[in-house]
Design a binder for this molecule. Structure first.
Ligand SMILES: Cc1ncc(COP(=O)(O)O)c(C=O)c1O
Length: 475
């Protein structure tokens, strides 16, 4: 690229860089490089003038100039007198060294922490001393975080008081706690299928029985849901209506009203998993439907998490339910643990004090990554079909044949980890399906798809002559 094709404002670059600015010229160069690899600074983006950026970051102009030198030396920037400095990607195969032979983990759908989470750690450390004078056990959650979470629910249209909130060590912990409290051995739990595999495992670990309702090609099977609720009378329903994992789909406002009415008619308590609710990749996240709990107040127990909006390493989640349900959960909790980390709770409380800028950054990041994955799959495997999800963090691809497990096994040879479709089924199956998360950077995703496309091409050339050859007659 011999000249820039776009530009980024000084303010926006300073925001995206977050704490990278603290690491001197090496840190600044690493930050810009990360943004180029992440797709947030596409090749050809003109960087702000050195003097202007230096003033905005509160550093010397020499430091910025030296960072730009580093970027040029690594192939991540080019400059020309009169045109300034702009971003580039190093040329040639293996030019981005970390991609050459790097194993790529597409088994986990979990993004790294956003710049900004580290700054919250710093702020909390600076004011943490008084906490050390206390015993540190908060079985219902740190009061400051309970207040912030109640405010966030209220702002989203679900009026909530702090005593209707319980802080947990992640959403998975929250769900396990609800299962232990509300279900007994042999009780049935309804869930949509494909399902988040750890949900299936949690239901079984509670000695309950998962009862799947297959999701149609698009949308939701609410008629099927009502039929199962009537015929099997499950003790609990597990609902993932906000950017469902793995399909990414979302139930609209009218669907929520219908589903709420079904829950009320059948008197079924429901756990609504909102782990992915903040990952709305549409144009206007504020215009999304109201929380599912609004459609069946009193019957819905909402679980949520900071894992995808901010960082999974925080291990902070929560339950929002009527205060008497919260009290029951708290009485069961000591068998699991005696509270969540105070430091991590205060970090989340800090992040929720003004959540929008970081949430917007997370959405921007995932939008870029989703679009890069969509483009790579369309280019390299046009026979894999999918609906572009409006949010969440994965594509759910229909494969041209029942090859998901073979593909996952073959992918290991080329350094890509995958979860085969069968893990998303209560009784296996789903061999025609594959989940592809888009939580890694665009160059990594494109490299992964290239490698997977080669494995898939090999599999199709190895198709058995007669599909019936391996069948064993049942007598
Ligand atoms: C739908 C869903 N629920 C729960 C979890 C677990 O979240 P946490 O890290 O908060 O335990 C995940 C993680 O991927 C998820 O996708």
């Amino acid at each position: 690229m011999t000249q820039p094709t776009g530009r980024i404002s000084t303010r926006r670059l300073a925001l995206l860089l977050g704490e990278w600015r603290a690491g001197g010229s090496r840190g600044l160069a690493a930050g810009v490089r990360g943004l180029v690899l992440d797709g947030q600074l596409p090749p050809g983006t003109a960087l702000p003038a050195e003097r202007e950026l230096a003033a905005a970051l509160g550093v010397s102009r020499t430091l910025v100039a030296s960072a730009w030198d580093r970027l040029r030396a690594g192939g991540f920037a080019a400059s020309r007198r009169g045109s300034g400095t702009w971003t580039t990607l190093p040329h040639g195969p293996g030019a981005v060294p970390e991609l050459a032979e790097q194993p790529i983990d597409l088994a986990r759908a979990a993004p790294a922490a956003l710049p900004g989470v580290g700054s919250a750690f710093d702020r909390v450390r600076d004011r943490f001393a008084p906490e050390l004078a206390d015993h540190g056990y908060h079985e219902t959650g740190h009061p400051e975080l309970r207040v912030r979470l109640a405010e966030r629910f209220t702002a989203r249209g679900l009026p909530t008081a702090p005593d209707e909130v319980l802080v947990t060590s992640g959403a998975q912990h929250a769900f396990a706690l609800v299962l232990r409290t509300l279900t007994g051995p042999g009780d049935r739990v309804l869930l949509d299928q494909p399902a988040y595999p750890n949900t299936i495992d949690a239901i079984r670990a509670a000695h309950a029985v998962p009862v799947p309702v297959p999701l149609p090609e698009t949308g939701w099977d609410l008629v099927g849901t009502e039929a199962v609720l009537r015929q099997s009378a499950p003790r609990l329903a597990y609902l993932l209506v906000d950017f469902h994992n793995p399909t990414g789909r979302r139930l609209d406002a009218a669907g929520r009203e219908r589903l709420g009415a079904i829950l009320r008619r059948t008197r079924t308590p429901a756990v609504v998993d909102e782990t992915l609710v903040e990952l709305d990749l549409g144009d206007d996240p504020a215009a999304g439907p109201q929380p599912m709990a609004c459609a069946a107040p009193g019957q819905v127990i909402t679980v949520g998490s900071a894992s995808k909006s901010h960082w999974g390493g925080l291990r902070i989640g929560w339950v929002r339910a009527p205060a008497d349900v919260i009290r029951r959960l708290v009485s069961v909790r000591p068998a699991f643990d005696l509270g969540s980390s105070v430091f991590d709770q205060l970090v989340v409380a800090d992040l929720l004090a003004d959540p929008e800028p970081l949430l917007a950054a997370r959405r921007d990041q995932l939008r870029v990554r989703r679009d890069a994955l969509v483009a790579a799959v369309r280019e390299h495997r046009p026979d894999w079909r999918f609906t572009v999800p409006p949010g969440g963090q994965s594509l759910w691809c229909a494969l041209p044949g029942p090859i998901s497990t073979r593909l996952a096994v073959g992918a290991q040879r080329v350094g890509v980890r995958l979860v085969p479709g069968s893990r998303f089924g209560v009784h296996g199956g789903l061999e025609n399906w594959l989940r592809l998360p888009y939580t890694l950077t665009p160059p990594v995703l494109t490299t992964a798809v290239r490698r997977l496309a080669a494995v898939a091409a090999q599999l199709s050339s190895e198709e058995p002559d007669s599909p019936g050859d391996d069948l064993v007659p049942v007598v």
